[in-house]
Design a protein around this ligand. Structure first.
Ligand code: HEC
Length: 193
């Protein structure tokens, strides 16, 4: 009887500890960062899709230019995380990754080449940045067919889009992508609260 109770106790303990073990050693702030990072891209996508239908891809360029930073700003204000987008081949001259972001993007490319699903590519870490301790989270932004309108190979980008992009972004490096590549990432940072 005593043994039975002990065995039941151990079983209960094992059941309780299974979910914790399944979560691995993920720090508690990571799910929140993940949810902020995954909430912005679908909003932008919806606006972009609408605008492309209404005004063509060349008309939607200004939507991306205005709406992407506006949505990131709104997410920052709501969440307390500083939210932006970066890329190893950036279009906006300010979307250059810092050293930590560059290493993460390079790691995403390696993991993608090794067959990891793009939707799972993320990195979360607590690091020192400019003398303060910060939490950082990054999540890959994979290309889908819609992105080809403005980031694709020359056969996928119209002359009107190319002309508009050239005039707005003379140093644009964000063309020549194919579907299923990593275009860049959402990047979040905040001071340790
Ligand atoms: C209608 C044209 C258009 C479409 C479609 C489009 N983009 Fe962009 N993208 C832009 C423009 C313009 C910028 C630069 C915005 C700015 O000035 O901040 C940009 C910037 C970005 C950036 C920020 C880094 C950088 O290089 O400046 C990422 C990441 C990005 N796009 C990913 C995507 C993905 C992924 C898709 C498809 C889901 C997509 N874009 C679809 C026009 C487009």
């Amino acid at each position: 009887m005593k043994f039975q109770i002990l065995a039941l106790g151990l079983l209960a303990q094992a059941l309780v500890s299974v979910p914790a073990a399944a979560q691995g050693s993920e720090p508690p702030w990571v799910p929140q960062a993940r949810s902020v990072a995954t909430s912005v891209p679908p909003k932008l996508l919806a606006v972009l899709q609408d605008e492309i239908v209404r005004n063509g891809p060349e008309g939607a360029i200004s939507t991306c230019r205005d709406q992407a930073p506006a949505l990131a700003r709104a997410a920052s204000e709501q969440s307390g995380w500083q939210v932006r987008r970066v890329s190893l081949r950036n279009r906006n001259p300010k979307a250059v990754p810092d050293a930590w972001e560059r290493a993460a993007l390079e790691d995403f490319d390696r993991r993608a080449a090794a067959g990891e699903p793009l939707a799972r590519l993320e990195r979360a870490e607590t690091v020192e940045k400019d003398g303060r301790t910060v939490q950082r989270y990054m999540r890959a932004l994979p290309t889908i067919d819609l992105c080809m309108n403005c980031h694709g190979t020359p056969d996928r980008v119209t002359d009107a889009v190319t002309a508009r992009l050239k005039s707005l972004y003379p140093d644009d490096r964000a063309v020549g992508y194919r579907v299923g590549e990593i275009r860049g990432a959402m990047t979040l940072v905040r001071s340790v609260p």
